[in-house]
Write a protein that binds this ligand. Structure first.
Ligand SMILES: N[C@@H](CCC(=O)N[C@@H](CS)C(=O)NCC(=O)O)C(=O)O
Length: 221
């Protein structure tokens, strides 16, 4: 029996990050699916924030996807998913922070403002700027390799992948577009879609379209 339990929800991009890390690291785990819209009473005793993902490892509870992933990487260093060089580790964390505080909020505004044409125009412009920033500052600056940090997949790739998977839904629902200049981001995304960790965790675009449509209805009511 595995000594890692992960409480997850198949539609949750954050839980997907952690499932991808477990798979990339080749770790056994027990997957416990939680419907976050209808959480069982006992889940509140497991998850301090009432959210997924949560892992229980050797009797200890760890939550927040980015923190879980770094914990797993430090605890099981055999398949390392962070650079070894200290400056490169800091850069990896800066890119994960960019996802959480710049790229992702730009995307989630699309859901919030879906009835506000003027705000949506700004939101689409902001997403375009952020994608161009990533293309230039990350991918064009890399000397080699298709991944975020160069030639080796790291936690940074797993941090972003679930949200790029959902871009097809942004295209369908909000007419978002990747700028043509984002050639290297495309190469990265092609490489990510071949990873076993992605193949085992992704959901089709139609599923994301219906999840976001339901979320917008919930926001409106
Ligand atoms: N910052 C958290 C976000 C996790 C999160 O928002 N999970 C959502 C599902 S995608 C959840 O569990 N929501 C239930 C709730 O807020 O009640 C992480 O990175 O783990």
């Amino acid at each position: 029996m595995s000594d890692i339990k992960i409480y997850s929800f198949d539609k949750c991009p954050y839980a997907q990050r952690t499932r991808m890390a477990l798979i990339e690291k080749g770790l056994d785990f027990e997957l416990i699916e939680i419907d976050v819209y209808n959480k069982p009473e006992w889940f509140h005793e497991i998850s301090p924030y009432g959210k997924v993902p949560v892992i229980v490892h050797e009797g200890k509870t760890i939550f927040e996807s980015a923190i879980i992933n770094e914990y797993l990487d430090e605890r099981y260093p055999e398949v390392a998913l962070m650079p070894t060089d200290l400056y490169e580790r800091a850069r990896a964390r800066i890119w994960m922070d960019y996802c959480s505080n710049y790229y992702l909020p730009a995307c989630t505004r699309l859901l919030r403002d879906h009835k506000n044409e003027e705000a949506q125009e700004q939101n689409l412009k902001r997403i375009k700027e952020r994608l161009l920033y990533i293309e230039k500052e990350c991918f064009e600056a890399n000397k080699d390799g298709v991944f975020w940090m160069g030639n080796k997949l790291t936690l940074v790739d797993l941090h972003y992948a679930p949200f790029f998977e959902r871009f097809g839904a942004y295209e369908h629902l909000f007419d978002a577009r990747w700028p043509d200049e984002c050639v290297k981001i495309r190469l990265w995304w092609d490489a990510m879609q071949e990873r076993q960790s992605y193949l085992e965790t992704f959901l089709p675009t139609e599923s994301h379209i219906s999840t976001y449509s339901e979320m917008m209805q919930r926001i409106a009511s």
